[in-house]
Design a protein around this ligand. Structure first.
Ligand SMILES: Cc1cc2nc3c(=O)[nH]c(=O)nc-3n(C[C@H](O)[C@H](O)[C@H](O)COP(=O)(O)O)c2cc1C
Length: 307
């Protein structure tokens, strides 16, 4: 979706529009190329990549909740080496900025994945999924401890020449200390939210609906909480904020921009319509046209609280 009204940038990267496909909901992008014009997207964030391939969690992995979805895919992926050898060269034919989503279970895991990605062309930048337990620190989540998060981000900053986004978890009491820790440690941007830890129970079997037990809640159900957290994070930092959580329409995207996001991502909506990000960008453009707004950047952070 191209229109001068939608043209923007993120961490110095020109974006055709501010609507990106979110990690884990759009494969490596390639799987969607026969369904969607990838060049019409603002960007693609790949499925999370780890040092070694991962088989993921036991089935069932998905449960449809009221106005949302619970998943525990378990970060199944081909591993960074297969990604750079098999997927990245094929992505290079498209003119869409691609961000590689990276995760690990200790600082060195992240650094090794970034080192490998750094030595290959074809990526716009990275997104660090920090919603993982640090197994070297008693399983404390990087995303819940400002000090652990800062150490990780500093390590990545020291080796990454490309810009990177730190994707924060909403499973914390206050988001501001985490957002600030990422900024001070050198992140180029932050994105939020990842999924909310949740539990669905089958009353008859008295078992969790998800094979692994708990799962992450996404979709429309989380949008109001995501909006609140994006607003809080955007107030706390100067670096760009990328907003996501339940976006399914142009109006939803507009709300995140007004809350302070510079760009948005679309996740769960891709499950029922793989063209959702393109549709959302189109609707956003119509909103701008109807409201006589020259460029989408004019919306960012314009929320007005009633006195
Ligand atoms: C099936 C599934 C897999 C996901 N995998 C990842 C992942 O690998 N890395 C990541 O950072 N986020 C992952 N997420 C989180 C999404 O990118 C997004 O943050 C979250 O779903 C909220 O946005 P939404 O409500 O638009 O889906 C996944 C979400 C879903 C539903």
């Amino acid at each position: 979706m191209t229109s001068s009204r939608l043209q923007t940038s993120l961490c110095g990267i020109a974006l055709r529009n501010p609507v990106l496909a979110a990690s884990g909901t759009f494969g490596y992008g390639l799987e969607f190329a026969h369904l969607v014009d990838l060049n019409a997207l603002g960007g693609i964030v790949t499925k999370g990549l780890s040092r070694e391939p991962m088989a993921g969690n036991p089935a069932p992995r998905l449960w449809e909740a009221t106005a949302g979805m619970i998943n525990s895919v378990g970060l199944q992926n081909v591993g960074v080496r297969e990604f750079v050898e098999q997927k990245l060269p094929k992505l290079a034919v498209f003119q869409v900025p691609v961000f590689a989503n990276v995760f690990g279970y200790c600082g060195e895991d992240y650094l090794e994945v970034i080192r490998i990605l750094e030595s290959h062309p074809g990526l716009a930048g990275y997104e660090l999924n920090v919603s993982c337990p640090n197994t070297r620190h008693g399983g404390i989540y990087f995303s819940s401890d400002p000090q652990l998060l800062a150490e990780l981000v500093q390590g990545v900053r020291a080796i990454a020449k490309r810009p990177f986004i730190v994707k924060l978890s909403p499973n914390v009491a206050r988001i501001e200390p985490l957002a600030k820790a990422a900024e001070e440690a050198g992140a180029d941007a932050i994105s939020l939210v990842n999924t909310f830890v949740s539990l669905a129970i089958d009353a008859r079997t008295r078992q969790p609906r998800i094979g692994a037990g708990f799962g992450g809640l996404s979709g429309s159900a989380i949008k109001p909480i995501a909006l609140r957290m994006v607003y809080e994070a955007a107030k706390a930092v100067k670096i760009p904020v990328v907003g996501l959580g339940g976006i399914a329409s142009g109006e939803d995207a507009t709300e995140f921009l007004i809350a302070g996001a510079q760009a948005v991502q679309v996740g769960t909506a891709n499950f029922w319509n793989p063209q959702a990000p393109v549709k959302i960008a189109h609707e956003l453009d119509e909103f701008l046209r109807d409201e006589k707004i020259g460029n989408v950047r004019e919306l960012i952070g314009t929320l007005q609280f009633r006195r």
